[in-house]
Write a new protein. Structure first.
Length: 494
């Protein structure tokens, strides 16, 4: 089902309430669906995306101007995410079943039968992203992981691609049972979704300001709910003196390519480049940025915000401009730019450490290892941090850098743009990169955001959920603690 409402808050509340009530009604059946059937739903969603890829990409291109090739690639990635979560659901290990058999002879007290597993939280609200109309939107990673966990989803569409959101929601409705996935539109609807009693958790991909506003709203409910915000990030890149001397020109060329990929509209775009003060690479950098052609940004709201942040940074007294493209007539076009400052200035002006969502970045020159480390310690938490170093020569320095960088993903001699969808991937990080540093929104562990543990004590076999029963009818991995542990004398059992 998909609903579109542009009217004031009364209608917004009504449309949201309808979607949330349908999700609430659909939740028990989805939670109880045997895992192979749950997996089949996810594979069905992947199949429908593939079958309709050409039309979906055309609608997405019309709304986002991200380029058809990139969009087709993003559809394949979204299919891979759905299929990965189908495999995760089917394997059953995500239920994290732990069984402690009873021990009547345990001291100082007999031990009861304890069986623990994860259960779905219930309906989830997903706020989709502007810059990933497929991979972080209606059928993106948040939705795939929530459905795999057994949670219905209500998506708050991003207004950068409303038609695509409705179309994707309609295709999904042909695959899923009624009420399992709905799409709503509008800022008011988003807010009423976060406060609706049926909604049990929120996944958000967007700006730090928007995420913080909704996080606060989720926390202000009479019954606060988990809010997983994947937000903005400055993604520092540090080049050691040895790497700068050995391959500085290549590094800065690749750096600008990473900054300008997708016109810099990635949350993993590297925004800060730390170079030794004696780097002598400014001509290489200037030429590389000058070669980046201006192109349309996702929408005029992104373009306006980008130009305002760039202006604020470029006119800061501690900053000089290395290169800034002339402002084009097209209000939606990007203005590729490279600015420069020093590590000392950054420590004095922490306001320079802000995300500029678009094809701009800031070079920060450092004089000594102490100057570099002192500045890295002041950086906000980030989704990624990158070190370019020389493997053997730089080992002691690399250890210091790894300890100083406050990040969710540390990259050695590579680039942060492009997030591999693999089980071990971590796409998260300390505030302000996310509102919940314990979790990831990419990779198979993303499913744990939508589940909570419950322990059953001395429950009769027939009253236990299937994954906890001795007969194990769902055939899921069960971790059984057979060690007859004894609590040491003097320690109370709790
Ligand atoms: P945004 O402005 O925060 O919008 C995201 C969503 O939040 C939209 O649905 C928007 O509603 C809603 N929203 C924003 N402020 C709100 C408020 N005060 N109250 C209620 N709802 C609110 O984000 P964006 O500009 O589209 O995206 C760019 C940002 O996303 C960048 O900072 C980028 O780094 C980040 N991002 C992060 C990741 C990640 O994985 N960490 C991935 C992609 C992008 P409307 O549609 O009604 O405006």
């Amino acid at each position: 089902m998909s609903s579109r409402t542009t009217a004031p808050s009364q209608d917004a509340a009504t449309a949201t309430a309808r979607a949330a009530a349908q999700a609430h009604a659909a939740a028990p059946a989805l939670a109880g669906l045997p895992l192979p059937e749950r997996a089949a739903l996810l594979r069905g969603l992947s199949h429908t995306l593939g079958e309709n890829a050409a039309h979906l990409a055309a609608v997405a291109e019309d709304e986002t101007r991200l380029g058809v090739d990139r969009l087709r690639g993003e559809i394949r990635r979204t299919q891979a995410q759905l299929e990965m979560f189908a495999d995760v659901a089917e394997a059953g290990a995500f239920l994290d079943v732990m069984i402690d058999p009873p021990d009547p002879s345990a001291q100082p007290a007999p031990r009861p039968d304890i069986r623990r597993m994860l259960v779905p939280l219930g309906p989830v609200a997903v706020f989709s992203a502007s810059n990933f109309p497929f991979a972080f939107s209606v059928l993106g990673g948040d939705t795939a992981s929530a459905l795999a966990a057994g949670c219905p989803v209500v998506v708050k569409a991003h207004e950068g691609h409303p038609r695509l959101s409705d179309l994707t929601g309609e295709l999904a409705a042909e695959v899923l049972p009624a009420g399992v996935l709905s799409v709503v539109h509008g800022r008011e609807e988003g807010r009423s979704l976060v406060t609706h009693p049926a909604i049990r958790a929120v996944g958000f991909t967007g700006s730090t300001a928007g995420g913080r506003a909704l996080f606060d709203l989720a926390g202000s409910r009479p019954d606060p709910i988990p809010f997983y915000g994947e937000l903005g990030s400055v993604n520092p890149v540090v080049v050691t003196p040895a790497a700068c001397a050995a391959r500085g020109a290549d590094i800065v060329r690749e750096y600008i390519a990473s900054v300008s990929l997708g016109q810099g509209q990635f949350c993993t775009k590297p925004g800060l480049l730390f170079l030794p003060a004696e780097h002598a690479l400014e001509d290489h950098l200037r030429r590389a940025v000058a070669a980046v052609p201006p192109a349309p940004l996702l929408g005029s709201w992104i373009s306006t915000a980008y130009r305002a942040t760039l202006e604020e940074l470029a006119t800061h007294p501690a900053v000089r401009s290395v290169h800034r493209a002339p402002t084009p007539d097209d209000a939606r076009a990007s203005v590729p730019a490279l600015l420069a400052t020093t590590a000392e200035s950054v420590r004095a002006h922490p306001e320079l450490l802000q995300e500029c969502f678009g094809p701009a970045s800031l070079i920060i020159t450092y004089t000594t290892t102490e100057d570099l480390l002192a500045t890295l310690h002041t950086l906000p938490g980030s989704l990624t941090a990158t070190v370019h170093g020389q493997e053997h020569q730089d080992e002691p320095l690399a250890r210091l850098l790894a300890a100083a960088l406050h990040t969710g993903r540390l990259i050695w001699n590579g680039w942060p743009t492009g997030v591999a969808v693999t089980p071990a991937m971590h796409h998260g990080g300390p505030w302000p990169a996310t509102t919940s540093p314990l979790h990831t929104s990419v990779g198979s562990r993303a499913i744990t955001r939508w589940m909570r543990p419950i322990a059953y004590q001395n429950m009769p076999e027939q009253l236990l959920p299937a994954p906890l029963q001795r007969a194990n009818p769902w055939n899921v991995p069960q971790q059984v603690d057979d060690a007859r542990r004894t609590v040491p004398p003097g320690r109370a059992a709790s």
